[in-house]
Design a protein around this ligand. Structure first.
Ligand code: WTA
Length: 634
């Protein structure tokens, strides 16, 4: 460090390091990559293009490594007996601790079972699992043998599961006979059976085998030769499975997420770049934390990166909870923190808001003195919730780290790295991340002006493609602002250059931190024969951030009724899952449209938010009188 740098404030020091990281990209990422264990060193660092029609993203080419070796084997010398996973059951009556050596042993046994069932490098394996240690074991076993995992959130319906299994060409699905969440039983195996049938009969894809974990004592339907019990496959004398040497760009997993149009997209993350990025960003998030609890379900990217891969790669203890953090009582989260001495909590604003509204009940008899850091992710956090999190929940002793990122980014992109925390601001780009804000024409906007958040250059954790549809990948992320990755989020920068994320600028909803595509919900509702047209928008919600609001027009002669609204909700539950069910169904004979027939969602969003006055520019509206009649009807 030079003498002049010594006198830098933290912000200045951030600026200097940030500048270095984006001007000496190769040097920066070479150093970050050196924290991993490589089987063969890489030859190239970055070979990426965001050019229209030629989008191609490769990092660390020539290198070989295995993710499970990095998360397990390499820790054995120093922390073989240290807890890798601490798990707590839904009812809180059971806890399990797996040390690094125990976890490695289980992963090897399961990897051997997968090999026995004929799974090989490059095959896709779907997981539809509860939050239990076996889920982590199965994921790491896939990584060990080079199978591509495809985790589907267990709150999705069997139809949604089927579509994702078929799209990913999945050969095998791993599930449990039943899952337990908030005291409720979820018949996972029954859903898997239905999904396999739907796959076979409607989608023309055969998922040949099922592995079933026995989580409860209930009986389940069984097809010999197809269904296999987890415990029967784990043969203690199985040969040790060595980690397969994976190419840097071999796929590690597919994870489906919702977009503004069409069906869910299977984003592909690859081996080296993803792990380098997960590991590198985790330092900023976790600092010197030792017992880290990320409350996200493994079915989402946050669960992948910061519940599983990053903490294990860094040799920490990760806490895994089967149930819902606010259930059965509001102090559940705080109790778990005390019981396991959690020193960093990473959770979503929606949960913080619901705890805040519970007041003292959220704290119970807990003291939460083990906490040293607090993190948030998934949605914009309102300053009030931010302050409550820091001052009440965290006893005013812990920094709050608001982290902005996406399934597509693999890991955190914007967070208060510079050390300056403002309530509600995700703050500053991480090192190596060229974030910017542009207007609809792609020109940079001045400070304090809202625009579209874009990233100007690649980073290692970036998704490489949409499985089976690279053209859609290019179109979705690289065509809006040529030469940039388009995030789909709106943001503005303050006078200090700090980023404030305002939410999606496309037709993606964020309900309790869960990303939902309006197009998917609309298509579920329009599949009902009584329905003519549907427009789904988000309605601001005090706890969930947003809730699903559906404007529905009916076919001629169809009548509005309670039973019809129930049927529509059931459709959404069956096609997508309970998380997408509309809170409000607004029957209307009219939807505001442009002369070319496009629904003016901007107007509907305002109407759903209860704003009927300032509806913005309505010059493109085809039927002005229809809107007046509609507003009067409200
Ligand atoms: C939103 C979750 C504001 C954003 C990791 C993004 C946020 C979408 C924040 C991605 C944050 C995530 N502040 N908004 N700190 N973090 N978002 O793919 O709209 O499930 O595009 O990834 O969540 O959701 P996803």
């Amino acid at each position: 460090m030079t003498t002049s740098q010594v006198s830098f404030t933290r912000q200045d020091s951030y600026s200097a390091q940030y500048y270095f990281s984006i001007t000496h990209t190769d040097a920066y990422w070479k150093e970050e990559a050196s924290h991993l264990t490589w089987m063969r060193p890489f030859e190239k660092i970055k070979e990426t293009s965001f050019s229209p029609g030629e989008v191609d993203i490769r990092w660390f080419n020539g290198g070989k490594l295995n993710v499970s070796e990095n998360c397990l084997d390499r820790h054995l010398k120093t922390r073989s007996d240290q807890a890798a996973i601490i798990w707590e059951s839904d009812d809180g009556k059971e806890t399990r601790t797996l040390s690094y050596s125990e976890l490695l042993n289980q992963v090897c046994l399961f990897a051997s079972a997968l090999l026995e069932l004929g799974i090989r490098k490059g095959d896709t394996v779907t997981l539809y699992m509860p939050m239990v240690p076996e889920t982590a074991i199965a994921i790491l076993a896939c990584a060990r043998i080079g199978a591509v995992h495809n985790v589907i959130f267990a709150g999705f319906s069997s139809d949604a599961l089927a579509e994702r299994m078929a799209d990913a060409g999945s050969k095998l699905v791993i599930t449990a006979n039943e899952g337990l969440r908030g005291g409720k039983i979820i018949p996972l195996k029954t859903y898997v059976d239905r999904a396999r049938q739907y796959c076979r009969e409607t989608l023309g894809h055969e998922v040949r085998q099922t592995i079933v974990l026995k989580r409860t004592d209930s009986k389940t339907a069984w097809e010999p030769g197809i269904d296999h019990w987890w415990h029967e496959l784990m043969i203690p004398t199985a040969p040790v499975v060595e980690p397969v040497a994976m190419d840097a760009e071999d796929p590690l997993f597919i994870l489906y997420t919702s977009g503004s149009t069409g069906k869910a997209k299977g984003l592909v993350h690859t081996t080296a770049g993803y792990l380098v990025y997960a590991h590198s960003t985790f330092r900023f998030l976790a600092g010197d934390s030792r017992i880290f609890w990320c409350t996200a379900d493994v079915g989402w990217i946050t669960g992948h990166t910061y519940m599983l891969y990053a903490p294990l790669c860094a040799g920490l203890t990760t806490v895994m909870y089967e149930g819902i953090p606010g259930s059965p009582s509001a102090d559940r989260l705080a109790t778990i923190i005390d019981r396991h001495n959690v020193d960093m909590l990473y959770t979503a604003p929606t949960l913080i808001r619901s705890l805040m509204s519970a007041g003292n009940a959220a704290l119970g008899n807990s003291h939460r003195t083990s906490l040293r850091r607090l993190g948030t992710v998934g949605e914009p956090i309102n300053p009030e919730a931010w302050r409550w999190y820091r001052d009440v929940f965290g006893n005013g002793r812990c920094p709050v780290i608001d982290t902005w990122w996406q399934t597509e980014t693999g890991g955190i992109m914007i967070a208060p790295v510079s050390g300056e925390n403002k309530p509600g601001a995700a703050a500053t780009p991480l090192f190596g991340i060229r974030a910017d804000i542009v207007d609809d024409e792609g020109h940079p906007v001045p400070p304090m002006t809202r625009g579209n958040l874009v990233i100007r250059d690649s980073w290692p954790g970036q998704a490489r493609t949409i499985y089976g549809d690279h053209a859609r990948f290019e179109e979705t992320y690289f065509s809006t602002v040529p030469g940039c990755y388009f995030t789909g989020d709106g943001a503005w920068q303050d006078e200090d250059g700090h980023f404030w994320i305002s939410g999606r600028v496309d037709d993606v909803l964020n309900v309790s931190g869960h990303r939902l595509g309006t197009a998917e919900i609309e298509s579920a509702i329009t599949s009902h024969p009584a329905v003519c047209e549907v427009a789904v928008v988000g309605q601001p919600h005090p706890v969930k951030g947003e809730s699903v609001y559906a404007f529905v027009t009916l076919m001629n002669g169809q009548k509005v009724s309670d039973s019809l609204s129930t049927e529509l909700r059931v459709r959404v539950r069956e096609k997508i899952g309970a998380l997408a069910v509309p809170e409000v169904i607004h029957w209307t004979p009219y939807l505001p449209k442009t002369r070319s027939g496009k629904i003016l969602r901007r107007v509907l969003r305002k109407l759903a938010a209860g704003e009927t006055r300032d509806l913005g520019d309505l010059s493109s509206l085809a039927d002005q009188e229809g809107l007046s009649a509609f507003l009067q009807q409200k």
